[in-house]
Design a protein around this ligand. Structure first.
Ligand code: URA
Length: 240
């Protein structure tokens, strides 16, 4: 790959800017200053440094975002802020996208990546990747609801859901609300809200806390994000 393309891909500037940096002598390859933007680097073997700092070649990017309510899980939207708007300029890349969707009013774990293959696997209806949610429900959830969710609910008259694990975390009898956890193996449109509605109650707060084996990082405040670690990427890739 040409040295200027390598640097631009690694977001050291536009193609024009990185050509200037190369000319100025900011860039070394295997310890030698290279002033030609056409110089061919082997991105897997050569050590490229920018102002003395080693550039680790990376083509796939993975972020975990604690999505706040009020932003859209999309790359662009004409009216609302999107999850991409939460990225700092230095992390933004045109090819990043959110893996799946959370409703505008849903919070929680969202993975952003440019790895289309992993996203496809995570979202494939055949893979049944687990998604875990916690929710506040208006109404009292019961043992009967747990059983119905476990057998496989039918929502909106004819849409059949896979068995789901509903856990009642707390019941507030006075205010008639219930805290629940729910594990799904699929991702139908508004699924949690529609399942809860199918048993006559209403979700008033919803948060995703796990996708596959990847858990939401509690140290991330709403709207914050960070790169996934290599171990977390491996966890995400464990799809059977
Ligand atoms: N189920 C919903 O109803 N909404 C979400 O955002 C995710 C799952």
């Amino acid at each position: 790959m040409r040295l200027d393309k390598f640097l631009a891909t690694m977001k050291y500037g536009s193609r024009k800017e990185v050509k200037q940096f190369i000319k100025k002598g900011c860039v070394t390859v295997n310890g030698e200053i290279i002033r030609s933007d056409r110089y061919q680097v082997n991105e897997m073997e050569d050590q490229v440094q920018f102002e003395g700092r080693v550039i680790h070649y990376q083509t796939e990017y993975y972020y975990i975002l604690h999505k706040p309510a009020g932003v859209i899980s999309a790359t662009v939207d004409n009216y609302d802020e999107t999850v991409m708007d939460l990225l700092a300029d230095e992390d933004f890349r045109e090819d990043l996208f959110p893996v799946g969707r959370l409703d505008k009013d849903t919070e929680g774990l969202l993975v952003l990546t440019n790895d289309g293959q992993l996203a496809h696997q995570l979202l494939s209806p055949k893979k049944h990747v687990e998604k875990e949610y916690i929710a506040t429900v208006s109404g009292i959830m019961t043992q009967r609801d747990i059983e119905q969710f476990a057998t496989g609910l039918t929502i909106d008259k004819n849409e059949q859901c896979l068995p789901a694990k509903l856990t009642i975390l707390a019941v507030d009898e006075e205010h008639e609300t219930t805290q629940i956890a729910l594990i799904l193996h699929e991702g139908k449109y508004h699924q949690v809200k529609r399942m809860v509605a199918a048993v006559g109650k209403k979700v008033t707060y919803l948060k995703r806390i796990r996708m596959g084996q990847l858990r939401l990082d509690n140290s991330l405040a709403l709207g914050e994000y960070r790169m996934l670690t290599a171990d977390e990427i491996r966890l995400l890739q464990q799809i059977t």
